[in-house]
Unconditional design. Structure first.
Length: 198
């Protein structure tokens, strides 16, 4: 296991970190299985941050950081979204929302969105587990949930990632069919209370 620190990209930008140096560290992030993760960091993360469209958090190797090497071991981006549940059966709505007030008549529901989540190819699951990445993501979302509530978490992924990763971490398919972008929408209900304190 590595030692790491979670840094908010937004705070780094507000505190005047050199944007060029941040961009250089983004270019060193490699994820050959999901190149969208590489593309997002290099081309979209700062834009999303500056427009408040999504917030990115970097899990940085703290042992290397002590030697002035900024190595992003993993990262995640979170946002808020409205999920279309108009096509769900009553049973599926109940599974996704539980006792949500007015559940059966809803067409949309607010949710926390994991827009991006991934580990740098330089690091393995022995260095940093998927559970550790999720726990940091859940902790960050829990800070918002403590203020505004909410338990539903959604994300989109390819079929291979659902079977190989997300299903093992408790995510279920919201809809059984793929979207037009060939992605599944997944959901998970979480009681964020347990993640408030770290």
């Amino acid at each position: 296991m590595i030692n790491y620190v979670v840094l908010s990209l937004g705070e780094m930008l507000r505190e005047g970190y050199d944007v060029n140096l941040i961009q250089e560290s983004f270019k060193k992030f490699s994820c050959r299985r999901e190149t969208d993760l590489e593309n997002f960091l290099v081309n979209k993360a700062i834009i999303y941050e500056n427009t408040d469209f999504g917030k990115t958090y970097l899990m940085v190797d703290s042992d290397l950081l002590r030697h002035n090497i900024f190595s992003i071991a993993a990262y995640f981006t979170i946002a808020h979204t409205a999920v279309d549940i108009s096509g769900l059966s009553q049973k599926k709505k109940r599974a996704a929302l539980g006792n949500y007030p007015g559940r059966d008549g809803l067409n949309f529901v607010s949710s926390y969105l994991i827009g991006q989540l991934g580990r740098n190819d330089t690091y393995t699951s022995q260095h940093l587990t998927g559970k550790q990445i999720f726990d940091e993501c859940y902790h960050t979302i829990s800070l918002a949930a403590k203020v505004v509530g909410g338990r539903l978490l959604v994300l989109e992924c390819r079929e291979c990632m659902f079977k190989n990763f997300y299903e093992k971490h408790g995510f279920k398919k919201l809809y059984d069919e793929l979207s037009s972008e060939k992605l599944y929408t997944l959901f998970k209900k979480i009681n964020f209370n347990e993640y408030w304190v770290k």
